[in-house]
Design a protein around this ligand. Structure first.
Ligand SMILES: [Fe+2]
Ligand SMILES: [Fe+2]
Length: 426
């Protein structure tokens, strides 16, 4: 069990949050570590009972002692999936005629009791995250079909996608994203959620091992640029590849408008991050979405996009400079030298992809006040999309650097701070 789960008992915090809206019931007697019964089976957990549980250590994990009366149903999941399709032309188009069978799949999926418990809590307390899981399950199911293999792969992909971010519920819900100068607590929530999710599934369900593995891998990338372990290539399971790509595609839905173009860029901006055959098949399905998806969002502000792109490009430049400074200084610690070399290589890849878009040149032309070279709004929309993708990758790299720093116990060095801070754009 991860230390964060047992140490501060974040599940109790989650239960407390959920108990005001959900009937969380004790499935088996809860006893303390001496075998003294604290709460009998059948009771609905109240705030007082939860306060009592916070004072004593229970003999068994609460995760396997409680359940939710009612809670999420197959209909809830199918309805949520329908809402997702109604809310995004892009999703509706790529899912297409496959939606009928996917919708049916929500009724045939057998949710392990732990998934039912956690998804019910998520639905009641973090509806946005629940909707993200549903969206991800739709896309993952679609990608698993594209990947081929046994028929039940699509089912496994749906289950893994529903559970992929459950590890976030074991951290502070406000700490889902990183900010410059972030606290250790915030870092841990973000970087640890794939591993926590994997371990929870291994401990509290009898799901096939491939599901837990995929959840642990959903932020890993084929070129080794992901986190938490930085594994690459064949080390990432087929289901892990599906989940990583599905999660990335679902990320573009958060931004308004032109989801087809956003998704295409998200999966191909830095070549080598995702399974190329899966990316190719996915991009083929986008062909039918362009007509419905080319409209610029009404709120789009070309000037703001240009300024933001400049700021992001400068952030990458600053990070590159900070790492180059470290690389040029004598480094005694071989671990630090290894991290610096990794960061330099990764920032180099990002700069290459960024430069290849010609965005810096766009911005420079605009600044030169050459009216004949005025860039149109559509081009700045592309700039905006690419810039967002770069921000994600810069954040991912900063997370990886912090993990490596903790892994090699470099906390006291502070040498990486300037690079980490430069990569962490708001
Ligand atoms: Fe995640
Ligand atoms: Fe996610």
């Amino acid at each position: 069990m991860p230390a964060t789960v047992q140490g501060s008992n974040p599940f109790l915090t989650t239960l407390t949050r959920a108990s005001s809206t959900l009937a969380v019931t004790v499935a088996d007697d809860i006893c303390d570590s001496h075998g003294i019964k604290l709460i009998s089976a059948g009771q609905i957990l109240t705030a007082n009972m939860l306060a009592r549980l916070a004072q004593r250590e229970s003999s068994r994990p609460l995760e396997s002692s409680v359940c939710v009366n009612g809670g999420v149903t197959p209909d809830d999941m199918a309805c949520a999936a329908t809402r997702v399709c109604q809310g995004s032309i892009f999703i509706a188009t790529i899912v297409g005629t496959g939606f009928t069978s996917i919708k049916r799949a929500y009724h045939t999926i057998s949710l392990p009791p732990f998934f039912h418990l956690m998804l019910s809590i998520q639905q009641a307390t973090y509806p946005g995250q629940f909707a993200h899981g549903i969206l991800c399950s739709l896309v993952a199911s679609l990608l698993a079909r594209m990947q081929g293999g046994p028929n039940d792969n699509a089912h496994l992909a749906m289950l893994a996608a529903l559970a992929h971010d459950l590890g976030e519920m074991y951290g502070n819900p406000d700490h889902k994203t990183l900010i410059a100068g972030a606290s250790r607590d915030r870092w841990q929530t973000v970087v640890a959620h794939p591993t926590i999710g994997k371990r929870l599934i291994e401990r509290f369900t009898d799901c096939p091992a491939s599901i837990a593995q995929a959840v642990g891998e959903h932020h890993e990338r084929l070129d080794g640029s992901g986190y938490p372990r930085g594994i690459s290539g064949e080390a990432i399971s087929p289901l892990g590849r599906v989940l990583g790509l599905a999660d990335t595609i679902c990320g573009v839905i958060k931004a308004p408008g032109n989801h087809g173009a956003r998704a295409k860029l998200a999966v191909s901006f830095v070549p080598g991050e995702f399974d190329p055959s899966l990316v190719r098949r996915f991009i083929e399905t986008l062909a039918g979405t362009s007509a419905a998806e080319i409209a610029l969002p009404a709120s789009f502000d070309a000037g703001a996009a240009r300024e933001r792109a400049k700021q992001i490009g400068q952030g990458l430049e600053n990070a590159s400079h900070a790492i180059a400074t470290l690389a040029s200084a004598p480094v005694d610690d071989p671990h630090l030298a290894k991290i610096v070399a990794f960061a330099q290589q990764r920032i180099g890849r990002l700069k290459l992809s960024w430069d290849a878009t010609g965005i810096d040149a766009y911005c420079a032309l605009e600044s030169a006040a050459d009216t004949a070279m005025k860039i149109d709004e559509e081009s700045y929309f592309d700039v905006d999309v690419v810039a967002r993708e770069l921000v994600w990758r810069m954040r991912s790299l900063s997370r990886r650097l912090v993990i490596l720093r903790h892994q090699y116990r470099l906390d006291g060095y502070g040498a990486l701070e300037p690079a980490v801070a430069a990569l962490e754009l708001e």
